[in-house]
Each structure stands twice: as C-alpha cells, then as structure tokens.
Design a protein around this ligand. Structure first.
Ligand SMILES: C[S@@+](CC[C@H](N)C(=O)[O-])C[C@H]1O[C@@H](n2cnc3c(N)ncnc32)[C@H](O)[C@@H]1O
Length: 255
C-alpha cells in the first residue's frame, strides 16, 4: 500500500513537471512561423441597450449610440456637388499611399463616391465596394460602366460580416459609415480577419469635438471614442492625419 502511494506521488510530481515545461516554452517540433499573424483579441460583449434617440437604434457600443443606416434614396446627398468643398475627399484620397496592386475595401461604400476616386491609385489592384444595400451596389455597377472603370468590384456584405476571404485586403477605407454599423463589434472582427497583417484601416468620421461641423450628433465621432472601439478589436492607432475640414482622418494598423 505504501509502495502504491509512493508511485502515485511520483506520477503526480512528473505531471506537475510536465505542466511547468509545457507552459514555459514551446516544444521543439512546434516552431513558430517568422511573422505569425496576430489573432483578434477575444472581447466581451460591449453592447448595451437603452432608449433610442430620433437618429439612433437604441443600441450602444462602448457607450456610443449607433446611428440609423442611411437609406439608398439619399444617394443624391452622397453625390452632392458641394461635397468637395465641405469634406475635401480629393485631399483625403491624395494622402492615401497605396501600392499600384493593392486591394482595398471601401466598407459602407454607398454610391461608390470614394471607390471611383480611389480606383486610379490601384491600377493593378482593385477597390472592393462593400455595402449591405443592393440598391447602392446596383448604382455602383451602373456608374462603373458609365465611367469605364473596371477595377471597382461591388460586393454585398452582411450587417455583421464583410464576407471576404481571410487576409485578402491590403487596406480598408470607411467614410461616414462606421458609426451606423448595427454590429460594430462583429464587423470589426470580420474586417480584422479579412485584412493582411500590417494592413492599414482608414477611418473618416465627422468630428464630434467640433460644434461647427453641421452634422447630427450620432453621425459624428470623437477621436477618443473611435480609438476605444477600434483598439478593443485589436487594431493599433497610428495617427490622425488632420487634413480635412469636417472629418477626422484616423489611421489604424492591423498587427
Ligand atoms: C452614410 S453612407 C456613406 C457612403 C460612402 N462611404 C460615402 O461617404 O459616400 C453609409 C453606408 O454604409 C452602409 N452600411 C451600413 N452598415 C453596413 C455594414 N455593416 N457593412 C457595410 N456597409 C454598411 C450603408 O448601407 C450606407 O450605404
């Protein structure tokens, strides 16, 4: 009996040793690749519900109420002539340094206002114009034919999923759209997965810190809030380029 107890004690000791070795270092056979992709962090559900404001859906992400989606009948507003003066999109796109063969997703592309302006910067690559409204994508297809642009690809996403292959994007571009994603946590996780490590995410949102920006409150964001939300999804803040009259031009990277 005493011999049996001794044997059990020795086995338990060996198990503890094995645990220490396993937790302390990788086994020789499991060599890590040179640049291991960083996985998106596991995040707790950061949603809360509350009374909905006139422009909101009563769902809050990290304390920010999510805005209602702009419907396709508002295409005229997206394509308005004053947009260049008000938002200076050409200045934003000029600051976008992309390789000629880059693949960039314009997420929440709407009418493709930015997609078509980015397309000449990636003559050997493509702009994937992602939206959840088929009517927006039909407009993009029609406009592509009219303009003779062949590297803008309309793509139907879901409210909580980009529906693009993993590590297929060099960059992601979101203008005035992120604040109305009904499932930002799931969308950010899906964007993270679809981007290549080292890829950049450009987030343009109307500045909530500036009361002179004549946009409804739920359609604006502060830099601090944007950082909180994107960093919670594993993105790293790089800079705020600040060249625009009304919007933040925030750059994040996907580690
Ligand atoms: C205000 S519009 C902006 C369009 C365009 N980015 C622009 O600045 O001209 C926002 C767009 O985001 C789209 N959207 C909302 N939620 C989305 C999601 N989860 N995935 C992709 N697009 C989404 C809407 O359908 C709408 O077309």
């Amino acid at each position: 009996m005493r011999a049996f107890a001794l044997l059990v004690a020795l086995m338990m000791g060996a198990g503890t040793c094995a645990f220490i070795f396993w937790s302390g270092r990788e086994p020789e056979t499991a060599k890590a690749p040179a640049n291991p992709p960083v996985a998106a962090p596991k995040v707790e559900n950061a949603y809360t519900m509350g009374p909905a404001s006139a422009d909101g859906i009563g769902k809050f992400f990290h304390g920010r109420e999510i805005a209602k989606v702009m419907g396709h009948p508002a295409i005229g507003w997206l394509e308005r002539d004053e947009r260049e003066r008000e938002e200076a999109p050409s200045r934003a796109i000029e600051a976008l340094d992309l390789q000629p063969n880059a693949v960039i997703a314009d997420i929440g592309a709407g009418s493709g206002y930015h997609s078509f302006r980015i397309a000449p910067k990636v003559p050997l690559g493509s702009v994937i114009a992602v939206d959840i409204q088929q009517e927006m994508l039909d407009f993009v297809s029609k406009r592509a034919k009219e303009l003779g642009i062949t590297n803008v690809r309309p793509h139907l996403g879901a409210i909580d999923d980009l529906k693009l292959p993993p590590a297929s994007l060099d960059a992601a571009w979101m203008v005035d759209s992120y604040h109305e994603f009904s499932h930002p946590q799931e969308m950010l996780a899906s964007i993270f997965k679809a981007m290549k490590p080292g890829g950049r995410l450009f987030l343009l949102e109307f500045r909530a810190e500036d009361p002179r920006v004549p946009i409804k409150p739920l359609h604006k964001m502060t830099e601090a809030q944007a950082k909180l939300e994107l960093e919670s999804a594993g993105f790293r803040f790089v800079s705020n380029l600040r060249p625009l009259p009304w919007q933040h031009f925030l750059v994040f990277s996907r580690p």
